[in-house]
Design a protein around this ligand. Structure first.
Ligand SMILES: [Fe+2]
Length: 337
């Protein structure tokens, strides 16, 4: 059923990786990036359970599931990794998950980035980890921070469905504060046949990541993830260039307009020669705004919509939600001015 349409390669030199995958924002699976690390030896649940039990992790309910059907309070709790894996064995259908938890330093030391250490601004690099049981998932969304991601699969298998931002208009992006960056499509509730149709419609990438493999997820790409069995991953979120960093700082909850603008800044040379004008303007507008936070956001949203139209053209509106979104931006800015 899985299309398995992401290329698998051995780790290329960093300049080749930058030129052929990062710049074109092309997902890829690197089969041997961490093969000499000691963590790559911990490739089964049992090995981790007996070998690295005393790592603290934070566990919380699956965000989307909890939002739609709140049976428990969304309160994170700290526990040891070993205790959490025991919990998953005792309650295999639990949707409690360790998600985006900052990787403890002693665990990260078992997985040095070596070859790609200086591929990006190291001071801006960040690592987080993910552990969950076999029926868990990450709802279709894109991340906020504009970092390219290398995610290493420690044990267990996970299915990744990745969708390029150029397909955003097909994804019914929700535009409200607590669901920003979230698709209105619930792949977690689709049958396999429906998923296959959706994957073809959106020209998605669809793979199963196995222990020892590392997937490159370009920044701002849509991703939906399914845990096929209990699984653990550690992600390196690579340092950004100064332009993406500045844009991300302005928009901690990036709209689909910001998602498009972020891609314009990906190549530092192009960003420097073509896009400093609007980036400066956004920053100046943000810092000189003396209205409420709501007013500031309204004018920034309006500017982003305008800049996106100027550089990328306005796509025809294809959903009611997008029509409403644009109307709201225009109404809010006219109320402000
Ligand atoms: Fe994510």
């Amino acid at each position: 059923m899985v299309l398995d349409n992401i290329e698998r390669i051995e780790a290329p030199p960093k300049d080749v990786f930058y030129r052929e995958y990062i710049l074109p924002q092309r997902p890829v699976i690197i089969t041997n990036l961490f093969e000499s690390s000691s963590l790559s030896q911990m490739d089964t649940l049992e090995k981790v359970r007996t070998g690295i039990t005393n790592i603290p992790v934070q566990v919380c309910p699956n965000y989307i599931a909890n939002l739609l059907d709140a049976t428990s309070a969304d309160v994170p709790r700290m526990m040891n990794l070993g205790a959490y894996l025991d919990f998953l064995q005792a309650q295999p259908t639990s949707l409690d998950i360790c998600v985006e938890y900052p990787t403890p330093q002693n665990l990260l030391e078992l997985l040095p980035l070596n070859l790609y250490q200086d591929l990006s601004d190291e001071s801006d690099l960040y690592s987080n980890m993910f552990v969950a049981g076999s029926n868990n998932y990450a709802h279709l969304h894109y991340d906020a921070d504009q970092r390219n991601v290398l995610l290493f699969q420690v044990f267990g298998t996970k299915r990744f469905i990745l969708i390029h931002p150029r397909e955003t208009h097909k994804l019914d992006a929700i535009d409200q504060a607590n669901l920003c960056r979230t698709s209105g499509f619930f792949l977690e509730n689709m049958s396999e046949a429906q998923k296959t149709d959706f994957i073809r419609y959106t020209n998605a990438f669809d793979v199963v990541l196995r222990p020892g493999e590392t997937i490159f997820m370009p920044m701002m790409i849509w991703h939906y993830i399914e845990y096929l069995e209990p699984a653990m991953s550690i992600a390196y979120r690579l340092g950004r260039n100064p332009y993406n960093r500045r844009l991300a700082q302005l928009f901690p909850a990036p709209s689909v307009d910001v998602q498009s603008l972020a891609l314009l800044l990906m190549d530092e040379t192009v960003a420097h020669s073509k896009h400093t004008g609007w980036l400066n303007k956004l920053e100046n507008t943000s810092s000189s705004s003396n209205g409420s936070d709501r007013d500031r956001k309204a004018i920034l949203n309006y500017l982003c919509l305008k800049i996106r139209g100027q550089y990328l053209g306005f796509e025809p509106i294809k959903s009611m939600r997008e029509l409403t979104r644009r109307q709201t931006i225009l109404e809010q800015v006219s109320a402000y001015s």
